[in-house]
Design a protein around this ligand. Structure first.
Ligand code: PEP
Ligand code: MN
Length: 354
């Protein structure tokens, strides 16, 4: 894609490029204390805090609104760090521009709505903040790129994207499943787009953050955004995934930052893709075996034989044909399905003899 994205805002910093701060601004004291401790321990480049919070359900804390912008200005003045908040409509954009906010991010729910993006792009025309576009809730690469195009058309050039993972229904150890593959595709289409990874919203808990941060830098992403709070357990939103500034410092210290060697970078990113696929295979296997177990119970109740040769012949013929069309060898497919089928029969037999 031909574009004139301006990367200078991120390229001027040494890695790691770090955005951090609370999920939500709650009061001036919490904002300033978090910023002070971040400044002292981690040398972050951008301080984040949500002022308008898109919540899944009503009756939750929806952000302090415009008054929080003054607290962000205070962070900028006192600690000399750039400040960022989320915008979801034209009014938010105007208020941020009027209050000198350096970085605006567009949340996952907004990226999924072309009307919202268009409204934001129009409100941004003629101003010059850094704009970071989070991936849409679902893995629709075109929609994500479409959002960037709408912004570029209005002359917004200091752009970047944030990978915060994708919602999948049930069965994931993540709050939002990471998808490194889609990032590779995005890089193929827009090679110069700065990519920030958001381990907090991917994990939804504290313990996975180190692993995803490490992956992000080996991928390689250009930076990370991690939620931090001066008292995470008491946070008014996303408490379970926020960490203290001192914990962030530990994570950054333990990071094994990417090497500059190009073939090592490619090796690392391919390994990350393989790990992700293997993890998905394990989740699918677990799902499949759970259904086998249920099948065992039904067969027992109906008094049907567990091993049914006709069904087995049908399965193996069908999957060899599908797999061969995808370029897999017949031998691999036979081996895999024999093992799977054998395990499935054993599970059902155990069920029957229970
Ligand atoms: C956030 O960054 O606090 C947020 C609401 O993120 P997302 O849009 O990724 O859910
Ligand atoms: Mn959050």
């Amino acid at each position: 894609m031909n574009n004139n994205i301006d990367r200078s805002w991120i390229d001027k910093w040494e890695v790691p490029f770090v955005i951090s701060g609370p999920c939500s601004a709650e009061n001036e004291q919490q904002v300033l204390e978090t910023a002070k401790r971040l400044k002292e321990s981690c040398h972050i480049q951008i301080f984040r805090a949500g002022i308008w919070k898109p919540r899944t359900k009503p009756n939750n804390f929806e952000g302090v609104g415009e008054k929080g912008l003054k607290w962000l200005q205070e962070v900028k003045r006192k600690f000399g760090i750039m400040v960022a908040t989320e915008v979801a409509n034209a009014k938010h954009v105007e208020q941020c521009i009027g209050n000198d906010i350096d970085v605006l991010w567009i949340g996952a729910r907004s990226t999924a709505s072309p009307f919202t993006i268009q409204e934001i792009a129009e409100a941004l025309e003629g101003s010059n903040p850094i704009v970071l576009v989070k991936n849409p809730i679902h893995p629709d690469l075109e929609l994500w790129i479409g959002a960037l195009e709408r912004l570029l058309k209005k002359g917004i050039r200091k752009l970047g994207v944030i990978h915060r993972g994708f919602f999948i229904y049930k069965h994931s150890k993540y709050r939002n499943q990471p998808n490194w593959n889609i990032l590779l595709e995005l890089r193929k289409i827009i090679s110069n787009i700065p990519i920030i990874c958001d381990p907090s919203h991917i994990c939804g808990n504290r313990k996975g953050i180190m692993d995803i941060t490490n992956k992000a830098f080996h991928f390689p992403c250009d930076g990370i955004m991690i939620e931090s709070h001066c008292n995470p357990d008491k946070a008014w939103s996303d408490a379970q995934q926020q960490i203290t500034p001192e914990n962030l410092y530990d994570i950054l210290k333990r990071l094994n930052i990417r090497s500059k060697d190009k073939s090592k970078i490619n090796l690392d990113s391919l390994r990350i893709l393989i790990d992700e696929l293997d993890e998905n295979i394990i989740f699918l296997l677990a799902k499949r075996m759970k259904i086998s177990k249920e099948l065992g119970t039904i067969k027992k109740n109906l008094d049907i034989a567990i091993f049914q040769p006709e069904r087995w012949k049908y399965i193996i013929k069908r999957y060899i044909s599908i797999g061969k069309n995808l370029g897999l060898s017949e031998k691999l497919l036979e081996n895999i399905f024999e093992i799977l089928h054998k395990e499935s029969v054993e599970i059902q037999q155990n069920k029957v003899s229970e």
